[in-house]
Design a protein around this ligand. Structure first.
Ligand code: CNA
Length: 255
């Protein structure tokens, strides 16, 4: 891994603008399971008798909000998780002026907690919730309260998390900002994503930068062949090593 991290570091020294695109694997070292790997919730959670893609779909939310919320609270909400070295490393690179944006499929808000400012959340956030009737906004607290169905304190309407469920479209503004960031970058780092979920995974085709495409993922992905450098390793450990190359990171990245 040492040589690969050195190559990544060299790329970061050479590039003018780097962009990061990531997914659930970025947060597994913070204790949040991903969806599709061996230890992901798609394989470990069978008790509902319905595939997770169905439970996390718009149709299911509308028909069975009580079961949706049971699953969502049990498996998608991890309020005590804290950022790991990958989140901290990305925030550090942004502060250094090298990284222009984190584009994420994650909904956990850990990049912002680590200090990243430009975070494009393709699939929304557990921290934003709204009333389906009057559109009043709520934080995460109202979902964590424990009422089987979270209800609007103003009008009693059902509250929906501002996360993109299966069958729902991505936010056009977030998507177009992500495409612009990728088109303007000369180095793209992709990490902790199986690259199975479209349209998000399709974003890679907008990258034409000449410094290169770096892919950091524990397991193989269908797009490994497109990358200039592939690192099959835990992303938190990769970033921990990368940060060792930057003496100034040592005092600012310990959460
Ligand atoms: P996925 O399909 O579950 O794939 C995760 C990938 O990450 C797998 O290929 C793993 O090999 C890899 N991986 C797991 N741990 C690590 C690690 N420590 N270092 C490097 N690689 C690792 O998840 P995707 O992000 O590709 O799919 C997108 C879905 C997952 C989005 O809709 C997300 O909202 C959703 N999701 C988000 C979270 C979160 O917010 N933390 C958690 C679970 C699922």
């Amino acid at each position: 891994m040492k040589d690969s991290v050195q190559q990544l570091y060299n790329g970061l020294l050479t590039c003018k603008k780097a962009v990061f695109f990531g997914g659930a694997g970025v947060s597994t070292e913070s204790g949040i399971p991903d969806f599709r790997s061996e230890s992901g919730i798609y394989r470990t959670v069978q008790e509902y008798g319905v595939p997770p893609e169905e439970i996390l779909s718009h149709t299911f939310f509308v028909k069975h909000p009580d079961i949706f919320y049971q699953y969502y609270r049990n498996y998608m909400l991890h309020p005590s998780a804290v950022p790991n070295a990958a989140h901290r490393g990305l925030a550090f690179l942004e502060r250094q002026g090298v990284l222009t944006a984190v584009i994420t499929q994650n909904i956990d808000g850990l990049h912002q907690r680590a200090g990243s400012r430009k975070v494009l959340e393709l699939h929304g956030s557990i921290h934003r919730n709204y009333c389906m009737d009057c559109h009043q906004s709520f934080g995460l607290d109202i979902i964590l309260r424990g009422d089987p169905l979270p209800r609007c304190t103003r009008c009693g309407g059902l509250i929906k998390p501002d996360v993109v469920l299966y069958e729902e479209a991505l936010d056009e503004t977030v998507l177009s900002q992500s495409i612009s960031q990728i088109q303007e970058a000369d180095l793209m780092i992709v990490g902790g994503t199986s690259l199975n979920v479209y349209p998000a995974a399709g974003l890679l085709r907008y990258f034409h930068g000449d410094v290169g495409l770096v892919l950091i993922n524990r397991d193989e992905t269908p797009l490994d062949g497109r990358a200039d450098l592939v690192i099959h390793h835990k992303i938190g450990e990769v970033f921990q090593r990368l940060l060792d190359f930057y003496p100034s990171s040592q005092s600012t990245t310990s959460e």
